[in-house]
Design a protein around this ligand. Structure first.
Ligand SMILES: Nc1ncnc2c1ncn2[C@@H]1O[C@H](COP(=O)(O)OP(=O)(O)OP(=O)(O)O)[C@@H](O)[C@H]1O
Ligand SMILES: [Mg+2]
Length: 280
């Protein structure tokens, strides 16, 4: 726990200024080694350090791109507070992360809605848990159900939904808690190419509209280029940062984008970084 400095009231001007200036997220020298009882330790992440600036009023998507098994999920779990780094620390708005918190919402590859609740009830669940009255919670939930394009399916149950629709529910369920960080671990990995493309477009729209910082894990280069404002290219295990690539803001967001020269050029740059590291 961080105590206010002696003499300084909580929320005082200097404290507020310091919070505004602190980066949104900082990883400082984060390393993770999984220890097993048989003594076969697995070094998953080695000395990862980076900062993401606090840009109020500006949604942002940060992508972690790396080969399978390199340690991507491990990094995300440290930010989620599901895992304590073996070395180093993770700070959110200047405060060291210790355990999970509602300020971080996580969307996994596997669908995570409750089978016995409707779409609307699933999305309202977090608010109901916090004691918000049913009518108010459902009104708020409906806004998020609409935002992810499921207004016509609000009364359906998860088993009646396609994979893409289920992931929309998971995203809406997370967004309603207004997390500072939305953590997404290959959330579209199980979807067919067309649905995946639709969901990528939806995510870009949401990030701009909801003013969210999204950390997104993938091993799909094209997905990284389409979504990201910034890409961290990771090495094979143990994950280290090969390069931070700040992407251009593409002027178009239509079906032709992925075959455009500017898109292909960024894709090639990221592929070169991934393969150069593997070859060495
Ligand atoms: N709980 C655990 N105990 C031991 N080893 C683990 C544990 N979790 C992950 N690992 C190992 O750590 C390494 C990194 O795993 P991680 O899940 O972070 O990779 P990833 O990049 O997310 O992989 P993928 O792309 O396949 O999802 C792997 O070698 C994995 O086997
Ligand atoms: Mg993973």
């Amino acid at each position: 726990m961080v105590e206010p400095e002696s003499g300084g009231a909580e929320g005082s001007e200097p404290a507020r200024e310091a919070a505004a200036e602190a980066p949104k997220l900082t990883l400082a020298g984060v390393s993770v080694t999984y220890r097993s009882r048989s003594g076969d330790d697995v070094e998953a992440v080695r000395d990862v350090s980076f900062s993401i600036a606090n840009k109020p009023g500006c949604g942002e998507i940060i992508v972690f791109l790396g080969p399978s098994g390199c340690g991507k999920s491990t990094i995300l779990k440290c930010v989620a507070g599901l895992l304590t780094p073996t070395q180093g620390e993770v700070r959110l708005d200047g405060e060291v992360i210790e355990g999970v918190g509602r300020d971080r919402g996580m969307v996994f590859q596997a669908y995570t809605s409750f089978a016995w609740l409707t779409v609307l009830e699933n999305v309202a669940y977090g608010l109901r848990l916090r004691g918000v009255a049913k009518r108010e919670a459902h009104e708020a939930a409906m806004k998020y159900v609409e935002a992810v394009g499921l207004a016509d399916s609000a009364k359906m149950y998860p088993k009646q939904l396609s994979g893409g629709m289920k992931q929309r529910v998971a995203i809406a369920r997370t967004l309603i808690n207004k997390p500072k960080l939305l953590l997404m671990d290959e959330p579209f990995g199980a979807l067919d190419p067309h649905t995946r493309w639709e969901m990528q477009g939806l995510l870009v729209d949401i990030s701009r509209r909801e003013d969210n910082t999204i950390l997104f894990v993938t091993h799909d280069v094209s997905e990284a280029v389409y979504l990201a404002d910034t890409v961290f290219v990771l090495s094979a295990r143990p994950a280290t940062i090969v390069e931070r690539v700040d992407l251009p803001a593409f002027t178009r967001r239509d079906l032709g984008l992925k075959s455009s020269d500017e898109f292909r050029a960024v894709e090639k740059h990221l592929l070169d970084l991934l393969y150069a590291k593997k070859a060495s």
